[in-house]
Design a protein. Structure first.
Length: 395
């Protein structure tokens, strides 16, 4: 069996909304349907019935995501009912995992045309109630938020594994001696790069605003923030001596992203020039409390499999879950030029809607490679509970 080349024909995303912000009134299945529909409409020569499968990442699934948000998106987007949909969950890496799984299906000949993406509405994530151990309990019952982080944790898990995500970022800062000032400077750069990219129209080709919602740009970008303003924010996880604050962490967000993936036959049917070609991917594990360093080995493995080095990279989209986490990864890649990392801003400014972020990163890399005309790009994320995921693209 020969392995087929897999191309990214197009990639779209919504503007990323802040928690309780402009997109809070929009259900996650509607967000997903919007980017699927927009992607199909942008390739009018392709018969939607030719889509062999739709893969979507979703880190929650407990509410309006309705377990299989990919299938819900297919139906709500008005695609033929013959188009199936599968939802995957690798927490923060879910959107990138969807892209990888779709690409794998095409590479081995199980599909010719696929849509892959991700969605999250952290604003609308429900509370869940655990079933009682016995019927008719007389005591009060505990509701658990599904917005972010650990819930209903198994008591068999070692306590050092189940620390809060922000405490995990503090541990990375401890490990690499990353200061509060370094984290704030990284965050400030993220906001400035994102604001500049929007001002230059660099996101115009990929962002598709949600109809009826007054949001045309990522909602969390703070154009006027400064080191002085960031320095005033209190540590969020270690009141004494902490370095991780709301200002140097990614916010809670809502949004969706989707990519159109094809083989050679599918490419001819679209009649379009591809943005990029998928080369390799890698996934690795690490101690759960050091999840922020998860991408370190995943990136090295993906590059090795592609026969590439850091010196070959044109652009690198690294998800900024926390400034400390990103700086920790960069410290372990001394051969990487930091100037090519997140040139259009990162998640500290743009936002991190969990299930959508990986698809956003892959789509951004593809658009950047198309704008450059050639090169090698990489997308990578850290993942809660200790994993890393990376994808290499080429043009």
């Amino acid at each position: 069996m020969s392995i087929r080349d897999v191309y990214i024909v197009d990639a779209v995303r919504t503007p990323i909304g802040k928690f309780g912000g402009a997109l809070a009134s929009v259900r996650p299945d509607d967000l997903a349907a919007h980017v699927v529909r927009a992607l199909v409409d942008r390739s009018p020569a392709l018969d939607p019935a030719r889509v062999d499968d739709v893969y979507f990442g979703d880190a929650n699934g407990a509410g309006e995501d309705n377990r299989d948000v990919a299938r819900m998106a297919v139906l709500l987007a008005g695609l033929p009912v013959s188009v199936p949909g599968v939802t995957v969950n690798r927490l923060c890496g879910s959107g990138l995992e969807a892209v990888i799984q779709a690409a794998r299906a095409i590479a081995v000949g199980d599909a010719s045309v696929a849509i892959a993406g991700g969605v999250e509405s952290m604003s609308r994530a429900p509370w869940v109630l655990q079933k009682p151990e016995r019927a008719f309990p007389a005591s009060h019952q505990q509701l658990h938020s599904t917005t972010l982080g650990w819930r209903m944790t198994n008591p068999r898990m070692p306590a050092e594994w189940t620390v809060a995500l922000g405490e995990g970022a503090e541990l990375v800062a401890d490990k690499h001696g990353i200061t509060r000032e370094q984290q704030d400077a990284f965050a400030l750069a993220s906001h400035r790069k994102a604001a500049e990219a929007w001002a230059k129209g660099l996101y115009d080709d990929e962002v598709v605003p949600y109809p009826g919602v007054d949001l045309t740009r990522d909602e969390c970008i703070r154009d006027t923030t400064s080191m002085e303003a960031l320095a005033k924010l209190k540590p969020a996880f270690r009141p004494e001596g902490g370095t991780v604050t709301p200002g140097n962490s990614s916010p809670l967000n809502d949004g969706a992203a989707a990519l159109l993936l094809v083989d050679e036959d599918g490419l001819r049917e679209t009649g379009r020039e591809p943005l990029a070609r998928i080369r390799t991917s890698a996934v690795t594990g690490i101690e759960p409390q050091l999840f922020g360093l998860g991408p370190v080995e995943a990136v090295r493995r993906a590059l090795q499999k592609a026969g590439r080095s850091f010196a070959d990279l044109t652009t690198f989209e690294l998800n900024e879950a926390f400034a400390a986490q990103s700086l920790g990864c960069l410290a372990e890649w001394p051969e990487l030029d930091p100037e090519i990392v997140n040139p259009r801003g990162g998640a500290v400014a743009i936002g991190h809607p969990l299930g959508a972020s990986g698809a956003r990163l892959a789509g951004s890399v593809a658009h950047q490679l198309a704008a450059a005309g050639s090169g090698t790009g990489l997308a990578a994320l850290c993942i809660g509970v200790g994993q890393g995921l990376a994808l290499v693209l080429e043009r």
